[in-house]
Design a protein around this ligand. Structure first.
Ligand SMILES: [Zn+2]
Length: 295
């Protein structure tokens, strides 16, 4: 049988369907940044326990560090899950890593993050790399603005680069590149300065009005100090359909290790780490109202 054409694979793309369904159903899907097998297991187990769709997100670190093995583990866990789980690459920041990730097989989506380049170069590289992904049946998330602050394993925006917020016009230009997901709000990774996030709701509404018929709005920078049920609901009301979570879940891995290392068998510690991470993901599924949506 001839291989499915990439265009058809894009239409059938699991990550796209998960987030489109969330948008239509007025909830959001947690996209969980996983650094290890425990994180992947916690995400899939939370999804199955809560009957929620979910997305496992990996950073380029997972490929550099584990030579693709972690990606293949994530893809297998997602394929075996009893509910829809997709695998997405978060913040891929060089053309080399994006091509390598797309060629490895296993990613449903890739974030083509060229936002550390100046605008014209960001557009040029994004155009080329989004096409590379789409030709392989992989959807792309692109960042027209700039997200301040780093995440573990992700290059932080250098201090002399100004924060840039996405405008409806830029959003339109990026949608034209063939992207499926657009980060448009929540522009700080990690903790927010005093006063918390200053979310620009009119800007978000303008972007959603401009491109919401063709692209899904996704949220980075959902720091747990502020992004709990109420603020998540507000983002969802404005069209957000994927919310990334990272520190709130991964700090459980460290907390349990700090408490139990050397005191219990290693296997016991690992089981407790997965359980603790799973509990946080489940709570976020309740807040995002994705619980029960895969039933
Ligand atoms: Zn991010």
């Amino acid at each position: 049988m001839a291989p499915t054409p990439a265009t058809q694979r894009l239409v059938d793309n699991k990550a796209k369907k998960i987030v489109d369904d969330a948008y239509a159903g007025k909830y959001a899907v947690p996209a969980v940044c996983c650094y290890n097998l425990e994180g992947i297991l916690a995400t899939v187990r939370a999804a199955e326990a809560k009957k929620s769709p979910a997305i496992v997100q990996l950073f380029p670190f997972s490929i550099d560090f584990a030579d693709g093995v972690m990606l293949h583990a994530a893809a297998e866990a997602a394929a075996k899950a009893s509910v829809p789980v997709a695998v997405h690459m978060d913040h891929a920041q060089s053309p080399e890593i994006i091509r390598r990730a797309a060629d490895l097989g296993g990613f449903d989506g890739i974030m083509v993050d060229m936002s550390h380049y100046e605008r014209d170069e960001n557009m040029r590289l994004s155009r080329e790399l989004v096409a590379y992904c789409n030709e392989r049946g992989i959807i792309a998330e692109c960042e027209p603005g700039r997200i301040n602050g780093g995440e573990d394993g992700v290059e932080a925006t250098s201090e002399d680069m100004e924060e840039i917020l996405t405008t409806p016009e830029q959003a339109e230009e990026f949608v034209d590149l063939g992207i499926h997901w657009l980060p448009a709000i929540g522009n700080i990774h990690g903790p927010y300065p005093t006063g918390g996030p200053q979310l620009d709701w009119p800007r978000l509404k303008a972007i959603e009005d401009q491109v919401g018929d063709r692209v899904r709005i996704v949220l980075h920078g959902a720091h747990e100090d502020h992004f709990r049920e109420e603020l998540m609901r507000q983002c969802i009301d404005y069209g957000t359909a994927k919310i990334n979570i990272n520190g709130v879940m991964n700090r459980e891995f460290i907390r349990v290790a700090t408490e139990l290392a050397g005191k219990v068998p290693l296997t016991t510690m690992m089981e407790k780490q997965v359980q603790a991470m799973q509990a946080v993901i489940e709570l976020n599924m309740d807040w995002m109202k994705s619980t029960g949506k895969a039933a």
